[in-house]
Write a protein that binds this ligand. Structure first.
Ligand code: GRF
Length: 201
């Protein structure tokens, strides 16, 4: 069983998918702490209603991002988490967190990296007119949406798709892919190789 800490900034639908996968025993893990970069998010409510401890931060805390990442790292260590899961966390993870959890911080991005990084991956891919986009799960580093790729799943953009329908497709894939990848991690099947790439065995 792996112990997870989850970082969020918003609605927390990926957090919910992870909670549900644990409950239905598809994912052998526990969530020890949810950290939100914003004080009032629906994601925090999702955590609280199932009794998960939360740490709610605010914009002011990020005036000193290093000190805040040190606090977050301390709280995650106190909670004895094995992995840190970014689920819609809209802040960079900086050295205090990366050093405390080397190769143990994971992010999900709603496009096929390295294409369309940034905060608007779905819209940017849609506006570009790509025929295939998708979802990427990767290890986090100091840059947004970089770091070794663990898994990707393709989503086709159909002729009749609107931005809204594409968003729905992408989110549906996120909600199954993220728990699946976390289960692979829980099983020890995700290996960081010496060349910086990830093997899934
Ligand atoms: C997801 O699309 C995720 O890929 C991106 O932010 C969104 C978060 O959604 N990084 P939610 O808060 O999990 O509903």
């Amino acid at each position: 069983m792996v112990k997870l800490g989850i970082l969020i900034s918003g609605g927390g639908s990926n957090l919910q998918a992870i909670i549900d996968a644990i409950e239905s025993k598809q994912l052998n893990a526990s969530i020890e702490l949810v950290v939100s970069s914003k004080a009032e998010t629906y994601g925090l409510e999702r955590a609280k209603r199932v009794g998960i401890p939360v740490m709610a931060l605010s914009r002011d805390d990020y005036m000193d991002p290093l000190a805040t990442d040190e606090r977050i790292a301390g709280a995650l260590q106190d909670a004895q988490v094995d992995y840190v899961v970014m689920a819609g966390y809209m802040r960079k993870v900086r050295n205090p967190l990366l050093a405390a959890f080397p190769n143990k911080i994971i992010n999900i991005h709603p496009a096929l990296l390295p294409s369309f990084p940034g905060a608007h991956g779905i819209k940017d891919a849609f506006d570009y007119g790509v025929k295939l986009t998708g979802v990427t799960v990767h290890f986090a580093n100091e840059e947004y949406d970089e770091g070794a790729i663990i898994a990707q799943e393709v989503v086709e953009v159909a002729e009749e798709d609107t931005l809204e329908s594409l968003e729905e497709k992408i989110h549906n894939v996120e909600h199954t892919l993220y728990p699946r990848v976390l289960e692979l991690i829980a099983q020890g099947r995700v290996i960081m190789k010496d060349n910086g790439r990830v093997a899934v065995i």
